[in-house]
Write a protein that binds this ligand. Structure first.
Ligand code: OAD
Length: 231
């Protein structure tokens, strides 16, 4: 049994119709990161920020898991390997694709968080600035998403899993955002084998022991079939 930690990014959901961030037609071409993905941006213009994430939530709800999400779920369900998926994605396509062992390190569109008291609850389809927090009643509802300048969730758990893994696989991420972009080096230092599966070489591609390039719906199911001894 191999212990496998899989890091995923926007590229795994691209073929489900969800836009990535850094492509020529990506989300960060149309929106300024500092306006919609920082606590300061939210303090300045909460309506703009909620509108941005309401649109992301609607797009994610309309999308369906693709063959890459489903292949990872199949790898976990097979039981021959211990699989942990660490996703930077805020959509819920991994869980809808059947994955159970999953960490949303950048939070999730399905969650709401009170910016004043820290209470968490299930986000409605459309969040509004006037929404009161169910715990403290103040109108400070924000998406439960990790913004730039904030600490990603469950990092100790992730680093521990990385250190004790046999294999680290990075799928559909450009390798621009830390700490996730540093996982390949962390794994390498711990003697863990590393593999990149991405449309094209990522920023840190050279740091991986091996890399395969192509669309996730093609290369992820193929890799999973190999891991299960079918190919
Ligand atoms: P990016 O948009 O930076 O990178 C997406 C990667 O997926 C690129 O390397 C693409 O080449 C690759 N890709 C695109 N289509 C693909 C396909 N069909 N199959 C395989 N790979 C494909 O997205 P992330 O790396 O996920 O954080 O971005 C990381 C973080 O930056 C996000 O979680 C978000 C963003 O700012 C926050 O908002 C905090």
């Amino acid at each position: 049994m191999a212990r496998i930690v899989v890091l995923t990014g926007a590229g795994i959901s691209a073929e489900s119709g969800l836009r990535t961030f850094r492509a020529a037609d990506g989300l960060w071409e149309e929106h300024h990161i500092e306006d919609v993905a920082t606590p300061e941006g939210f303090a300045r213009d909460p309506e703009l920020v909620l509108r941005f994430y309401n649109a992301r939530r609607a797009a994610a709800a309309a999308a369906t898991p693709n063959a890459a999400h489903r292949a990872l779920a199949r790898l976990e369900a097979d039981g021959r390997h211990e699989v942990l998926i660490v996703t930077q994605n805020v959509d819920d396509l991994h869980e809808r694709g059947g994955s159970r062992s999953l960490i949303h390190m950048h939070g999730a569109l399905t969650g709401a968080l009170c910016a004043r008291c820290g209470h968490r609850w299930t986000a409605p389809a459309v969040m509004r600035v006037s929404d009161p927090c169910p715990a403290c009643a103040r109108p400070a509802a924000r998406p439960d998403i990790v913004w730039f300048g904030e600490m990603p969730y469950r990092m100790e758990e992730i680093w521990q899993a990385l250190r004790r893994a046999d294999l680290f696989v990075s799928i559909g991420t450009s390798g621009n955002v830390y700490p996730a972009a540093g996982f390949v080096a962390d794994a390498g230092h711990a003697g863990v084998e590393t593999l990149e599966l991405n449309l094209e070489p990522s920023a840190g591609s050279r740091l991986f022991d091996a890399a395969r390039h192509g669309p996730a719906t093609r290369i992820v199911p193929k890799w999973v079939a190999e891991m299960l001894g079918e190919a």
